[in-house]
Design a protein around this ligand. Structure first.
Ligand code: ADP
Ligand code: MG
Length: 332
């Protein structure tokens, strides 16, 4: 195995199709995906190589199968996993992570992962192991954590237990016993997120949303001895990465973009430190932001991380796409 294949951080690019509104503006496509090469060319000659490059015709199913399914399987074996969707607003992050609810072909990685987990639990023999599954769903906005599944005003604290596991104190974890139930909770949290959004002017593109599936497996080893393994799978729909000036921000908006930029920067620094093999034993700056503190036990170590950078092919997004590809390149 090459060094690249065994690293725990992988980077994928997903190019979405041109949207109607871009066609109406007569935008042209400004990037080309080189088939089977995991490469793309932006503009005339800016070449990029990643672990995976998915073009606009890639189905939700294929993307899931190539990138997420292996992480789901390792999560069932007890390893934490994290998938991020990064990109400017409108680039396809929510489409990738959650998908389109009304069409089963278009459902995103969360419902597909949920279906796989429950299928595995129901069909495999598992040495009489019993599984307990829970789900939590939160949002980070202006560096504050908000529980999307509970409206208590209890404060949420991030701490680390004595075994190095991250504990989010005060966050509701809802037990789930089927994939349908999990999807219902996803929809509920999403609705809470977007209700806030219309009131607070599109907050959803300015916050990070993290849905976590907690998998607890208990395998009896003898009459008195039960082995317990637990793992988490985080699905992260990041805040839009667009540069501040585009949203013409002042006041509250400005404060938001400062938080977003520093969170995305901190995340980029952590991922880049983790994927730099020379720095493997070096310092990883988890403490620099809430999102990296929250995900600490699921980034690095034995966990597996996938960054999906979503981009628009449209010529009017050239600058943002270039910035996103640079960010992704740094992570790799
Ligand atoms: P974001 O969450 O990054 O702001 P969305 O996921 O909401 O962006 O996507 C913006 C629009 O583009 C939506 O209408 C979505 O349905 C469409 N879209 C995104 N990715 C794709 C894709 N791969 N194929 C088809 N339509 C897509
Ligand atoms: Mg979105």
């Amino acid at each position: 195995m090459s060094e690249r294949e065994c690293t725990s951080v992988k980077v994928a690019i997903r190019v979405r199709p041109l949207l109607e509104r871009e066609r109406i503006k007569r935008c042209k496509e400004c990037l080309i995906v080189l088939p089977n090469k995991s490469q793309l060319v932006l503009g005339k000659d800016q070449n990029f190589t990643f672990d995976y490059v998915f073009d606009e015709s890639t189905s939700q199913e294929n993307l899931y199968f190539d990138t997420i399914r292996p992480l789901v399987l390792s999560c069932l074996d007890g390893y934490n996993a994290t998938v991020f969707a990064y990109g400017q607003t409108g680039s396809g992050k929510t489409y990738t992570i959650e998908g389109v609810d009304s069409d089963i072909e278009l459902c995103g990685v969360i419902p597909r992962a949920a279906a796989e987990i429950f299928k595995h639990i129901e069909t495999s023999d598992n040495d009489q192991a019993t599984f307990v599954l829970k789900v939590s769903y939160l949002e980070i906005h202006l560096d504050e954590v908000r529980d999307l599944l509970s409206n208590t005003t209890e404060e949420i604290h991030i701490r680390e237990d004595d075994r190095g596991n991250t504990v989010v104190q005060g966050l509701k974890e809802v037990p789930v016993s089927s994939s349908e139930e999990l999807q219902k909770i996803m929809r509920y949290g999403m609705a809470v997120r977007t209700t806030g959004a219309t009131q607070m002017n599109e907050q959803s593109s300015r916050s990070h949303a993290i849905l976590t599936i907690h998998i607890n497996k208990q395998s009896p080893k003898s009459v008195r001895n039960v082995e317990v393994t637990s793992a988490k799978f985080h699905f992260v729909d990041l805040a839009g990465s667009e540069r501040a000036h585009r949203t013409g921000n002042i006041g509250e908006r400005f404060k938001e973009s400062v938080h977003i930029n520093s969170g995305l920067l901190a995340l980029g620094n952590v991922i880049s430190a983790l994927s730099d093999s020379k720095r493997k034993s070096g310092h990883v700056p988890y403490r620099a932001s809430k999102i990296t503190r929250l995900l600490k036990d699921s980034l690095g170590g034995n966990s597996r991380t996938l960054m999906i950078t979503c981009v628009s092919p449209s010529s009017d997004s050239f600058e943002e796409t270039l910035n996103s590809l640079k960010y992704a390149k740094r992570a790799r």
